[in-house]
Design a protein around this ligand. Structure first.
Ligand code: G3P
Ligand code: CA
Length: 236
């Protein structure tokens, strides 16, 4: 069972910042998850929320801002004063930082309906870095997954189930040739895990931050867990 550093090592450093990704690498994470949005001038930025309220104390929405405005917003001190210099990374910076041996799970927070052309830009960036083999693109926006598949037959897809029923999800995953069913801890039942495995899909579960949840999911045979503490597999 692989432990995927959720938003980087976000238990140790502010989520989705270079500090969190560096920390994940220091902790020898084999995989790193991050979230992607797009600015008004179509730069791909790594952030969880649609706006900068929670991490930047700034209510503006990313889709209304140009990259040079986003780049000025400080997003580390909400976590700890030590991180006051942190800025939102561009997706490209993370691909430059993370070595090819580490898997990247890139979650598109919205597809083209909110961020025109984002699927094309993400695929182009992955290809530019020769990173198709080590990158999984996931989304709750299943139309975005369809766009990604139509853009590239080799892009690896993770299907975040959200409110979709298991039956519909598994059917759509077959059509998409997705590789993993991504479930919340609550959704990760023995039935769901077995149904996905029976069809040859992996199961990845978020967000798992305790040994008790980790051990339950390991017993169910899930393939990976998204965790804010990449060293969780060492905790007893
Ligand atoms: O991709 C798994 C997980 O990251 C989805 O939820 O809200 O942490 O992006 P969230
Ligand atoms: Ca995410």
């Amino acid at each position: 069972m692989i432990v995927i550093a959720h938003r980087g090592a976000s238990g140790h450093a502010p989520e989705n910042t270079m500090a969190a990704f560096v920390r994940a690498l220091e902790l020898r994470a084999r995989a790193i998850e991050l979230d992607v949005h797009q600015t008004l001038d179509r730069e791909l930025v790594v952030a969880h929320d649609d706006d900068l309220r929670r991490c930047g104390r700034d209510p503006r929405r990313l889709k209304t801002l140009h990259w040079d405005e986003v780049a000025k917003v400080e997003v580390g001190s909400w976590f700890d004063k030590r991180f006051a210099g942190e800025r939102l990374p561009r997706l490209e910076e993370v691909f430059d930082l993370v070595p090819p041996s580490v898997e990247l799970h890139v979650e598109l927070k919205h597809g083209t309906r909110v961020y025109p052309g984002i699927e094309r830009r993400v695929v182009d960036l992955i290809c530019k870095h020769g990173a198709l083999p080590r990158t999984v693109v996931s989304s709750f926006d299943h139309e975005a997954l369809c766009s990604l598949r139509s853009l590239d037959e080799n892009v690896r897809l993770g299907y975040l189930i959200g409110l979709t029923t298991l039956k519909t999800a598994l059917s759509e995953m077959k059509d998409l040739a997705a590789e993993s069913l991504n479930l919340s801890v609550r959704q990760a039942t023995a039935r769901a895990v077995k149904a996905a495995h029976d069809l040859g899909f992996k199961v990845l579960v978020y967000t798992v931050n305790t040994p008790a949840d980790r051990d339950r999911l390991a017993k169910l045979g899930v393939d990976g867990i998204f965790c804010n503490y990449p060293e969780l597999d060492l905790w007893r």
